[in-house]
Design a protein around this ligand. Structure first.
Ligand code: GLN
Length: 548
């Protein structure tokens, strides 16, 4: 029997509902249950693929090729359960579906309304998951009180009523702000938020109260009294120094126990949290540190490289070190004095990473950073766009193709040799195909694709295998026709699509660690199962730190 846990948020956004849901998922797993996590997003975009990373954080890509909300990344990192396309739904998708049905005449002439048509669509989305897990955790994006959230709240209210109270529990995440003048945490915003939720017919059984300091008994009692909630189910969710402490901290406050209680499940589990304890110990007591420079473009919002940041930390956990990240806007390497100033900016850095990216802005700065890392023999990791920039750099400075570029930067077809471009741009011999319509060939390669690694290569050694599968999100590819020239100049193409048509990995043997990958390995890294490339990259950075 599948049970459902609905997680809503109140008072303010950014309370860490996604993390809380993911951590609860991990705790339920530790009790031996199978979990599945869903995200219901009230915004109108059909998917977050087109949303700016600086506004909404990174776009998380699933194996089956969906561009989803970054919370799905948290779910996967905490539970190890690969997210799927249909784990995330947005208002835009719900309406698209309902309107398509209306056009097809599926509703037999009925007047289409939010209730029941939109709410039914949402409920169907949740119902589809019946039987896929013991617990389906369903996070509602946004904050209670938002206009956009209303159909979702109505849908989950109806859903709980239909499956029965014993199969549905509502958890509400709120904030207790500390007011220095009064010297106390305030419960009123929480009271109002719960009241609002109750106005929609949802009676939360558990409150997860975010606060930056201890919540006193008296405050818990007050919240319990005003919000009509069992005092033991008013659970403090205090700030912790690492997100990987959240499962332990929530467990210590009794969250999973109270969830069991709310479902009427006799709590006999003897759960093993040793994996999380080990991870937290390694984070809190590192044996050293390394400094990694991330040369990017969306460096203002930490969330825009969420999975990447986490994967680097996982590499640190595996190597018993703390990974300090320095985000550097690549455009500063484009300044006139750049050749000299790069060294200044990268002083004391033990590894350079150029992450995924789009568009020409800052690209030359990234190419300059690759050159620096290659020449100075600093560990270098190029991911997706970062690999493409590494290929352009090698083409220009090693292979003598001085006008090497990507067709991404050559909108008007002005020229330059497109060592990176759309697959449809070249014929078999590498010549440009005249009159190629960019848009037609310009669909993204999204989701998991297999790759074959060259026996004896560094990456094959790192993966411990020559057959891998990794997630992609890009439109452009490295032109296979440049492979021979690259290899003649010391840059080997050590991973290819199984048909040999697309370069997936490049590496330089005569360098401490120089690897570029066309895919996004960071999406599959977990603290308890760190991605081998990140483990190896950080290991190389540790070595580098002993040299400088
Ligand atoms: N802009 C590049 C492309 O579309 C790289 C994309 C990325 O780094 N995710 O191919």
């Amino acid at each position: 029997m599948t049970r459902y846990i609905f997680i809503t948020g109140g008072v303010v956004s950014s309370l860490g509902k996604g993390l809380g849901s993911a951590a609860l998922g991990a705790l339920l797993q530790a009790r031996g249950y199978k979990v599945r996590l869903l995200k219901l997003d009230p915004y109108l975009n059909v998917d977050p693929g087109t949303m700016s990373p600086t506004q909404h954080g990174e776009v998380f890509v699933t194996d089956d090729g969906a561009e989803t909300d970054l919370d799905l990344g948290h779910y996967e990192r905490f539970t190890g359960v690969p997210s799927r396309k249909n784990d995330n739904i947005t208002t835009g998708q719900v309406y698209t579906e309902v309107l398509a049905k209306e056009r097809r005449g599926d509703y037999l002439g009925a007047t289409i309304q939010v209730i029941p048509h939109i709410t039914n669509e949402i409920k169907d989305f949740i119902h589809e998951k019946e039987g896929t897990a013991d617990f389906v955790l369903c996070e509602i994006g946004g904050t209670v009180g938002d206009i956009e959230s209303l159909p979702f709240l109505e849908a989950i209210r109806q859903f709980a009523n239909e499956v029965g109270r014993e199969r549905a529990v509502f958890i509400h995440v709120t904030l207790l702000p500390y007011i220095p003048a009064a010297g106390e945490l305030k419960t009123k915003p929480t009271q109002h938020s719960v009241k609002e939720l109750m106005g929609y017919g949802i009676f939360p059984q558990i409150l997860l109260c975010r606060a930056d300091r201890k919540i006193e008994e008296a405050e818990r009692r007050k919240i319990a009294l005003f919000c009509n909630i069992d005092e033991k189910k008013v659970i403090p969710a205090l700030d912790v120094s690492s997100i990987y402490e959240v499962p332990l901290s929530y467990h210590a406050e009794g969250l999973d126990h109270q969830v069991m209680d709310a479902f009427g499940i006799k709590d006999i589990a003897n759960l093993d949290l040793s994996i999380w304890e080990e991870i937290v110990t390694r984070i809190k007591e590192p044996e050293g540190h390394v400094k990694i420079a991330v040369i990017g473009k969306y460096t203002e919002l930490a969330d825009s490289y969420k999975s990447l940041n986490e994967a680097l930390q996982h590499g640190g956990i595996a190597n018993f070190v703390k990974v300090k990240l320095e985000f550097i806007e690549s455009s500063i390497f484009e300044a006139e004095d750049a050749p000299e100033s790069i060294g200044e900016h990268l002083r004391g850095i033990h590894g350079i990473l150029v992450p995924g990216g789009f568009g020409i802005r800052g690209a030359e700065g990234k190419i300059a950073a690759v050159k620096y890392a290659r020449e100075k023999k600093i560990p270098f990791f190029g991911i997706c766009f970062g690999m493409q920039m590494a290929v352009i750099e090698a083409a220009r400075n090693l292979c003598g193709i001085s006008d090497a570029t990507s067709s991404e930067f050559d909108e008007d077809g002005a020229g330059g040799e497109h060592v990176v471009g759309l697959m449809t741009e070249w014929d078999q011999d590498g010549a440009r195909v005249a009159g190629t319509d960019k848009d037609l060939g310009g669909t993204m390669r999204l989701g998991a694709y297999p790759a074959s690694l060259i026996e004896g290569s560094k990456v094959a050694e790192i993966y411990g295998s020559t057959d891998i599968s990794e997630r992609h999100r890009h439109r452009y590819e490295v032109n296979i026709n440049i492979k021979d020239k690259l290899e003649a100049n010391g840059v080997s193409v050590s991973g290819l699509s199984p048909d040999g048509a697309l370069p997936e990995i490049i590496e330089i043997a005569d360098h401490p660690w120089f690897i570029g990958v066309q895919y996004h390995p960071e999406l599959k890294s977990k603290p308890f199962d760190p991605h081998p490339l990140f483990v190896s990259f950080i290991k190389a950075a540790v070595k580098q730190s002993r040299l400088v």
